[in-house]
Design a protein around this ligand. Structure first.
Ligand code: NAG
Ligand code: NAG
Ligand code: NAG
Ligand code: NAG
Ligand code: NAG
Length: 458
């Protein structure tokens, strides 16, 4: 009898404790998700901040040489820490004939965005801890649908879609590691919610992560740091390989859209390219250096692949951009071919490059200006000046090449890309001079189509 009473009351007390713990936890989560009530977040953010400052000092010492004028792709030194809760007031008087739309909703600076491989969605992340998913397939229409989520206890500095179009990876500002999210779908196919899927990946870099990537087969993720390293991880966060890039100091690294290559670049003028291999059973085989892009005379600031991975665009502190043909038989000793070189008039500081999916058009962002270049004639074609009050943080062409997208301040801005049609016209016109009769009809049709599309834009 007595034992029964003791057992019953012990169980009761245990249940009460469990209930209280659960109640406390739930409360903690809902308050942390609330922007206005961020005292908990403030505490942890401050702790992280101190820790991070120490790390920054270490990193700065390590890559002292290339610090002046090196605009890291995803680096934070240049841009400072996110200020939670503090919204910078910017005037939104910017207008431009090529501007299609501005995606507004973030209350902090938008540091990065990415497009899904099916071209339908755009995800963006900002210093206010918010992440937005935008349905952009109808970007020309008035309203662009969006859903929002907050990053708990941190903010995400970098963001990349996974190839299934349904999940994405982020690099946490304070955690300096990867967190994975996925979208929940409604029955009608629209997205309803963004949620974190698994625990954060273990922190493996002591220097700041400046680029992340994910391969198109979903076999691996890549993290590159501001030191001289990039890591290959499986999608559970296990480190498969760690590579010393030998750049003295990375300014970035990128995974090719085909997923086969990782290109790393930094203080040394050569871009180095590695092949990441998996066998048929999706078992990791290794990372092997395959070729270099040699030609720049100073450090490389930014790099972009074309959609089919056959072209690479690079931007260097030597004030040139270059387009390379990389679909060569390197295993038989063939070297990548330099297709063209263009000059950049602006002083290159915080600069980034994008190449259109067809590899014919190049866009370069220098501070808050963007310039579009015809990649066939190498000529500067359009300049869009003073887009934001501070730097353009990221730049990309849409999957169909019709739009140029960039982010900065609290917005993502979408512009028309007339240069895309002009470089097509240049290319078809040049090809028509040397082609045979069979190709002539097709090229003439394509030329007429490009001319018509360009006319409709103006
Ligand atoms: C913030 O949270 C605290 C408890 O953590 C609560 O007492 C307070 O009312 C909350 N404030 C707002 C504005 O929600
Ligand atoms: C968060 O910190 C800022 C200063 O860093 C302070 O002004 C603000 O009141 C804090 N918010 C809360 C909810 O404690
Ligand atoms: C880094 O460079 C600055 C000048 O640019 C110099 O004053 C400083 O001593 C250097 N630090 C190290 C660790 O080399
Ligand atoms: C994601 O996009 C790719 C490319 O268009 C497509 O093949 C794939 O079916 C899409 N996946 C989902 C889950 O929608
Ligand atoms: C941006 O463009 C404006 C107008 O052309 C120019 O005055 C300014 O110097 C440019 N900024 C940079 C960093 O090149």
């Amino acid at each position: 009898m007595i034992t029964e009473v003791i057992v019953a009351s012990t169980v009761g007390v245990l249940l009460l404790i469990l209930f209280l713990v659960k109640f406390f936890n739930n409360n903690r989560h809902s308050s942390s998700a609330n922007d206005k009530n961020a005292s908990k977040f403030n505490e942890s953010a401050n702790e992280f901040e101190n820790e991070n400052q120490q790390e920054n000092i270490l990193t700065e010492e390590k890559c002292n040489q290339s610090q002046e004028g090196n605009g890291f792709e995803g680096g934070k030194k240049k841009y400072g820490k996110p200020k939670s809760g503090k919204v910078k007031l910017i005037s939104d008087s910017f207008t431009h004939p090529l501007l299609v739309t501005s995606l507004k909703g973030h209350a902090g600076d938008v540091t990065s965005f990415d497009l899904s491989s099916n071209g339908k969605y755009l995800i963006s992340t900002a210093t206010d801890r918010s992440i937005f998913l935008w349905t952009i397939k109808d970007v020309g229409s008035k309203s662009v649908k969006s859903i929002r989520a907050n990053v708990e206890f941190d903010s995400a500095r970098l963001i990349k879609f996974s190839p299934d179009n349904r999940s994405f990876i982020t690099c946490l500002e304070n955690g300096n590691c990867i967190r994975v999210f996925k979208f929940k779908k409604n029955e009608d196919g629209s997205f309803s919610k963004i949620e974190q899927v698994i625990d954060d990946f273990p922190k493996t870099h002591s220097a700041d992560i400046i680029n992340i990537g994910i391969d198109s087969a979903g076999n691996y993720a890549m993290t590159a740091d501001a030191g001289t390293r990039f890591d290959i991880l499986n999608l559970k966060g296990d480190q498969l390989s760690s590579v010393d890039t030998g750049t003295m100091c990375n300014s970035g690294a990128a995974v090719s859209p085909c997923g086969r290559f990782v290109a790393a670049f930094g203080f040394t003028p050569d871009v180095k390219v590695w092949e990441v291999s998996f066998d048929r059973a999706k078992e990791f085989k290794g990372v092997k250096r395959v070729f270099d892009l040699k030609g720049h005379k100073a450090g490389v600031l930014s790099l972009a692949f074309s959609a089919d991975s056959s072209r690479v665009a690079t931007l260097s502190k030597d004030s040139t951009w270059k387009l390379w043909k990389t679909d060569v038989e390197y295993a038989r000793g063939q070297d990548p071919v330099l297709v063209c070189t263009g000059a950049v008039k602006d002083k290159l500081d915080a600069a980034r490059i994008a190449v259109s999916p067809d590899g014919r058009t190049v866009a370069i962002a220098v501070e808050n200006n963007v310039t579009l270049y015809n990649g066939i004639t190498q000529e500067e074609d359009q300049k869009i000046a003073a887009i934001f009050s501070s730097e353009v943080r990221h730049i990309m062409f849409s999957m169909n090449g019709k739009y140029l997208i960039c982010c900065g301040d609290r917005q993502v801005k979408v512009f028309n890309n007339p240069t895309g049609y002009k470089s097509q016209i240049s290319d078809y016109t040049a090809q028509l001079k040397t082609c045979n009769k069979n190709a002539e009809r097709r090229l003439t049709e394509q030329l007429e189509e490009a001319k018509k599309a360009l006319k409709e834009l103006s």
